[in-house]
Write a new protein. Structure first.
Length: 249
């Protein structure tokens, strides 16, 4: 299979604190990879390196076979969707303007194409058309998160990066959004890299799960194998402590 994302011999430190060292990791095209681990294990650093928001101190990162050192960062980020906790919408823009922001940049004067993208993604993420003219402050938390996902997907990127996107909503809404994301993935088979602190969420959503601790990969495998054969004591404790109600058990 072709690799969508590849990290080779990555090192990253913040001051004297080394977060990642000799880090090698790859994501195949069409995989939904969830990343989980202890606080400070490097999860978000890995995610942000994929679109150049964080620079590696050493090593190489490849997106669709191209070294991002050779890429224009603006162009790179336009082709990678990015959704984070709380959605961080533009508060002065309507739902329509938020979702259309990147398509407008890409399509320029082709307004029809932008309108088609808007309608398509609003429908896919489960947003009613009547919400187009509302502002973020007029939406529920779940609606805001759906707008954030639609905005991340509206330019039809090859890769979607998600950093604890459902962490700020209640449990019922969280479950609904997880189901919506599973449906979107089934429809699009977009490559997804998804950071979470919830092992149940990681195992429910991911076609593969990356477990990290202190910058090291503890296990990278399909969810069933993580559950049946934890590779390290850290993975075993994580599964035993947090996954008693996991749907895949």
């Amino acid at each position: 299979m072709n690799k969508a994302i590849e990290f080779k011999n990555i090192k990253k430190a913040y001051g004297s604190q080394v977060i990642l060292e000799n880090f090698d990791f790859s994501v195949e095209k069409g995989d939904f990879v969830t990343i989980i681990g202890s606080s400070g294990s490097g999860k978000t650093t890995v995610l942000k390196m994929a679109n150049g928001l964080v620079k590696a101190d050493a090593g190489d990162i490849f997106i669709n076979g191209e070294n991002i050192r050779d890429k224009d960062m603006i162009e790179l980020r336009r082709n990678i969707g990015y959704a984070i906790q709380g959605s961080v919408l533009f508060p002065h823009m309507t739902v329509e303007q938020n979702i259309s922001y990147v398509p407008n940049l890409l399509n320029k004067k082709d307004k029809k194409r932008t309108r088609e993208a808007l309608g398509k993604w609003m429908e896919i993420v489960g947003l009613e058309e009547e919400l187009k003219e509302r502002y973020p402050a007029e939406l529920s938390g779940g609606q805001q998160q759906r707008v954030g996902i639609a905005r991340a997907l509206a330019a039809s990127p090859d890769i979607l990066l998600m950093d604890e996107p459902f962490g700020a909503v209640d449990e019922i809404t969280r479950g609904q959004l997880q189901n919506e994301l599973q449906r979107i993935y089934a429809q699009t088979h977009i490559t997804i890299l998804f950071v979470t602190h919830d092992i149940s969420e990681a195992l429910k959503l991911g076609t593969k799960v990356l477990v990290m601790d202190q910058g090291k990969i503890q296990q990278y495998d399909v969810p069933e194998q993580i559950l049946r054969s934890p590779a390290t004591e850290f993975v075993k404790q994580l599964v035993e402590r947090k996954c008693r109600t996991c749907i895949r058990v």
